[in-house]
Design a protein around this ligand. Structure first.
Ligand SMILES: [Mg+2]
Length: 219
């Protein structure tokens, strides 16, 4: 039995073309340039290395740079006027409302950023909870520890969750814990359970899953 429908936030609830994450990326580079006093090229290289080695720039800073305050970083990179990038999405609100399963947000960002995005999209009232990067002790996706803490917070097993994400990399650790995985904005289902063209197409997949729970091994 499924108990939670878990959504990533950025570029899952709104399309990549919105350009918001690109702007956050620009601000991540700016933070590294200004606070670590790196030339732009080195900042870019460091960001890439953190992404490959630690999953996110934040995780890289937390692990390798105890002199950097993660809260200062998180505030800086998300300090963006969201209304320039996003607007209300009544169809998304309607879609979420039509799914009876409790919905939660699982994001590498902060709860403030998540609440701001949900408010601009007009879907804040559709989510039972927001698990942000603070609540998993700054262990970002795709590190396995983030997903283990998520399950612990929700008091569920992986196979009781459906995880919706725009990133294959962030779905795989969930799948390894037994979650049913839905990749948004992709036609490449090779490594995940389902892939859909856009967020509204999640609805029929979830509806079918709720009608037909997956086979379980019985002891
Ligand atoms: Mg995302």
């Amino acid at each position: 039995m499924y108990r939670f429908l878990i959504f990533d936030l950025d570029e899952t609830l709104y399309p990549r073309q919105a350009g918001l994450m690109q702007e956050i990326g620009v601000r991540i580079n700016r933070y590294l340039i200004e606070n670590l006093r790196l030339p732009p090229e080195q900042a870019n290289e460091l960001r890439k290395r953190y992404y490959n080695q630690h999953g996110t720039a934040l995780r890289g800073l937390v692990v390798e740079r105890p002199d950097v305050d993660p809260e200062d970083y998180l505030h800086f990179v998300h300090d963006i006027p969201l209304a320039n990038y996003l607007g209300p999405n009544p169809l998304l609100a309607q879609m979420l409302r039509s799914i009876s399963l409790p919905k939660v947000i699982f994001t590498n960002a902060t709860i403030e950023h998540a609440q701001n995005v949900l408010n601009v999209l007009g879907v804040a009232d559709q989510f039972a909870d927001i698990i942000d990067v603070r609540r998993v002790a700054y262990v970002s996706k795709p590190n396995a520890g983030a997903y283990e803490q998520l399950l612990n917070i929700l008091q569920v097993r992986g196979d009781e969750c459906i995880l919706v994400e725009d990133s294959v990399r962030n779905l795989l650790p969930g799948k390894a814990l037994g979650m049913t995985t839905i990749l948004v904005d992709s036609e490449d289902c090779a490594e995940v359970d389902y892939c859909v063209h856009d967020i509204l197409s999640v609805k029929p997949v979830v509806a079918a899953l709720l009608r037909q729970p997956p086979d379980r091994l019985t002891s």
